[in-house]
Design a protein around this ligand. Sequence first.
Ligand SMILES: [Zn+2]
Length: 449
Amino acid sequence: MEFLVVSRPLYLRDHHCGYCHQKKPRSQAISLGSWRDTYNNGSTTYPESTTVGFQCESMTAQQYDSLIQLGYRRSGSFLYKPDLLRTCCRMYTIRSNWDLFTPGKEHRRDINKFNSHLGIKKDDSRHSRGYDIVQELKKSQDNGSLVIKFETAKFSEAKYQLFVKYQASVHDDHKTSRKGFARFLCESPVISEGEIKDGKVISYGAIHQCYYLKDKLIAIGVLDILPSGISSIYFIYDPEYRHLALGKISGLNEMLLSKELGLQWYYLGYYIEDCPKMAYKKKFGGEILNPYDMKFYNYDIVKNGMKDGGLFSWDPERGIDIAEEMFGVNGSSFVEAADCCKWIKRRWETDYSDKKWATLENVNDDDDDDDDDDDDTMFQIPSVLVGCLTLADVTGDFERLQRTKLKVFQIGKIEIVEFKDLRPRFKRTVIDLIRLLGWDLFEETVIYV
Ligand SMILES: [Zn+2]
């Protein structure tokens, strides 16, 4: 069996948010009405950008696919997802496919502009009727001016130079090293490499889709080819062609590619409702991952809950948004977590007496000077985390937990330790990991120390 090899979970807080730059109204940055009241009454802190994640050493494409269904994404070998309750910009997993997509005026305009730059004649039909978007999208390749090639996700000097140019011009980032580029866009923890040949998936994994204009590398789509679809990791392009909306053209190409390969979905990464830069994603006809049941729903069904960037939790049976009921300061999740903390303290008194718990209070605590000292005395992740098992879900099943075995990779071999024999610190790590991965995926997990 191939294991999912991960490090201990990390809970990360960043004062700087790359999406809102701490500039949107505080009320909008706070997830729920009741949280707004809590913030307004005491703390003056602006919510930070918060994520939970772990370094992944190795995994199969199927395991990675399962993690995407739980709302994770990867950056190099780091797997992460937002803490939707406490982060300033709520990032929801979005996916779509060619059949859900209705091309709009904007898509036709982008394609026409791109084609005309390559000297390709415009379709005479100006209306949607008669406009064959697939045909138009492929014209640039058919006439030989643009060559799109699949290459292994390996480092090359040309790719690196394109990245440097892109980062400097588009993200004002002038410190891109070869190592940083390789770690971010060339390395993948998926054990197989992606391979596509003659319109078929030969192997799942990471791949570079390289765009060459008259033999010059002008763009790269970094993709993960997975059993349930294509996941877009990043897209870089030559800023000289900025006016050609290459990002959107590549998105259309990638979604069409999923269909042509017989894959069901195209994962566009995260979507933030109140981030104007992301508006193009919903125009791909997307579905959003619902944190309540970890199932995808059409954007139109859940959009009200996301209004102004809010936190939603869609209850399909009642047909209502129950985010406040679940995750509000008096919501069921917090009541459950509080009860659970008391219960654990009683049950495992020897292990946990005098220990701190990552509750609502101490996660909002701005004092992170002694984080290292806390390392041994508290859970890494908050006791309530949207889209993860709650503390009560895991510790409440005491019998199952006692039967659980932890696979630890150290000094070149895997050791199996029973939960009851673990040191308190590892017990907490096991509980954190089960909460983040679910029981089934945890069975396949090895922790790397
Ligand atoms: Zn933000």
